[in-house]
Design a protein around this ligand. Structure first.
Ligand code: HEC
Ligand code: HEC
Length: 355
């Protein structure tokens, strides 16, 4: 007989309380964090019988089995989560949620990526200035096949429609572009592991659970409800991009990892030799004093990256231009990310040489 999830969590709480250094994590910040946030964010794994991956998506969001038709928000069977370093999406606010079938859990790769188990569902909501824009889904069916689809709030906030070919939503001072399913696939590609934000280093942060009102350690809470088992310390660290106590280099590299490396990595979708993942050293990135494969839009004898000279660095130019033919990423961004631009500029300015 399967264990009652409530009992399992109660036992997990006691075990955690007895182990001052957490279960297996040996980072030095750990004991302090345990002392300030001893409580878990959730008392039990929410019961989830309807929100499972093999559902055929209905035409409108209100009919989706993961969604409460009254609020058009995910039901209480989904668990909200947050990441440390989010993708820039033209300043949109995002909410993220997880639903797993009873008893299922994420498998964690050597690099700390969390693999969605068959039947699992991930949801990401987008809104800008209070206007709802999209509710996106990643699902995995029983045979292990991933599916990516989105509902767009095209006219008003009453309901959202399933869209496969993308669309444009006019906003007051800009246009929101809903990606097509093919564009979802470009970023959520196989080489990047399909699921992008669920990584130990991204989830290693406090989170406030609205269902209990408690702020708690997110990894410990996800472990206690059985979403993940036996976590190793994060191999990839994602600093808070706004944290001025973290060196600019680490934050700039995390920025490139999240916003660019899904395509710019070995076997990624971009036909370019760049590897923008954060654990690769500057030499291995293939950018320093490298001639471009494509154009040089800097007008100043540019290279992909010139130490000390952001304005001659094509990487900086393409990450900060709004020109639709040049901007990076080529999908999902139409405006400049002020924080990203500042981090990349400072990182390149402070870089003494190509090593
Ligand atoms: C420009 C690249 C890009 C495009 C295009 C894109 N995504 Fe993502 N998506 C990301 C990144 C990076 C994350 C993780 C960081 C975050 O959550 O902010 C993510 C996160 C998600 C998540 C949360 C689970 C996860 O993988 O971390 C869902 C759900 C999602 N995307 C669905 C979609 C769907 C559906 C589409 C197409 C309609 C799409 N995305 C298009 C880059 C992209
Ligand atoms: C959705 C996949 C995708 C993402 C995400 C993405 N790129 Fe690209 N990138 C491409 C493709 C495809 C090309 C080649 C076509 C072109 O030049 O536009 C490219 C080309 C480039 C080039 C030109 C390389 C050369 O040798 O000429 C640079 C520089 C670049 N990207 C930087 C970035 C940066 C910086 C980011 C993040 C801010 C980023 N890219 C995010 C797909 C992507």
């Amino acid at each position: 007989m399967p264990a009652d999830p409530r009992t399992t969590v109660a036992v997990a709480t006691i075990v955690l309380a007895l182990l001052p250094s957490g279960s297996g994590c040996s980072s030095s910040a750990e004991p302090e964090r345990q002392a300030t946030m001893a409580v878990l964010g959730l008392d039990a794994r929410p019961v989830n019988e309807t929100c499972v991956g093999s559902v055929e998506p209905p035409e409108v969001l209100s009919r989706h089995p993961c969604i409460d038709p009254a609020t058009l928000r995910p039901t209480s069977s989904l668990v909200p989560y947050g990441v440390r370093a989010p993708l820039w999406s033209d300043g949109a606010d995002k909410n993220r949620y997880i639903a797993l079938p009873e008893g299922a859990s994420f498998a964690v790769s050597e690099r700390g990526g969390w693999e969605l188990p068959p039947g699992g569902v991930l949801v990401k909501e987008f809104e800008l200035g209070g206007r709802r824009l999209e509710t996106r889904f990643v699902t995995r069916d029983a045979s292990g096949t991933y599916r990516f689809y989105t509902y767009a709030f095209l006219d008003g906030q009453h309901d959202a429609r399933l869209l496969t070919d993308g669309a444009e939503i006019p906003l007051e001072s800009s246009t929101w572009t809903v990606p097509s399913e093919a564009q979802c696939d470009q970023c959520h590609n196989r080489a990047a592991g399909r699921v992008l934000g669920l990584q130990t280093g991204q989830l290693d942060r406090p989170w406030t659970y609205s269902s209990t009102g408690r702020e708690a350690d997110q990894l410990e809470t996800l472990k206690a409800i059985g979403f993940v088992k036996g976590l190793e310390p994060a191999p990839l660290v994602f600093p808070d991009l706004e944290d001025e106590t973290v060196p600019v280099e680490a934050r700039a590299r995390a920025y490139l990892h999240v916003n660019c490396s899904t395509c710019h990595r070995p076997r990624g979708v971009a036909t370019s030799i760049m590897d923008l993942r954060s654990h690769v050293d500057v030499r291995g990135m293939g950018v320093c004093m490298t001639y471009p494969m494509f154009s040089d839009p800097t007008g100043a004898d540019g290279r992909l990256l010139v130490p000390g000279e952001p304005d001659r660095s094509i990487l900086f130019h393409r990450a900060t231009t709004v020109d639709p033919l040049l901007r990076m990423p080529p999908v999902g961004r139409a405006t400049i990310d002020p924080l990203g631009a500042q981090l990349l500029r400072r990182w390149i300015e402070e870089m003494p040489a190509c090593n």
